[in-house]
Write a protein that binds this ligand. Sequence first.
Ligand code: SF4
Ligand code: SF4
Length: 192
Amino acid sequence: MSTEAQAVCSVAQSDDFVREVATASGANLAICLQCRKCSCGCPVAARSDLKPHEIVRLVQLGERDGVLASRMIWECTSCETCATRCPQNVDIPAMMDALRQASRAAKKTAATTTVPVFNDIFLRTVRRLGRMYEAGLMASYKLRTFRFFEDMDKVPLMLRKRKIALLPHKVRGGAERKRLFDRAKDMEGKSR
Ligand code: SF4
Ligand code: SF4
């Protein structure tokens, strides 16, 4: 392929990715000024692999694989600080949401993050019981991630303060919960 053809191809790919993310999230990334105000206020940017303004720029450039395999899209807490600070009202939390979905659909999730594992266990627990069961979640998480001793020093205090229960409590409405989860799955399938 000639250099010119390669350039045209790469512009088309970057346009495709921006459009895909914009359609899924409603965020207009084209108007980003790269002023970095989002990243300066982000509570997790300093410890992540990419900062919010860098993610926006990489999406603009069509760097699909790099973005979808980034740790940052999982470490984002959806706190909305970036969106509040952005002079262009770029909806970065919505963009991160769309990127997380795309990352899972493409099976590109970063191997260095355990957030998707946590999310899976959390949703499974809520679907089954209708509420959180912290001790069960902790046990499943540790078994799946091999982080057996991480944060274990906090357990006695949490038990003493009744922040975690040893036995699960089930909430009524199992059929309704199932309907909600099935509907969410249908909607997820249609949005792909
Ligand atoms: S604050 Fe808004 S305009 Fe500035 S870099 Fe971040 S997304 Fe772009
Ligand atoms: S919503 Fe996400 S990207 Fe934005 S400031 Fe919060 S953690 Fe950072």
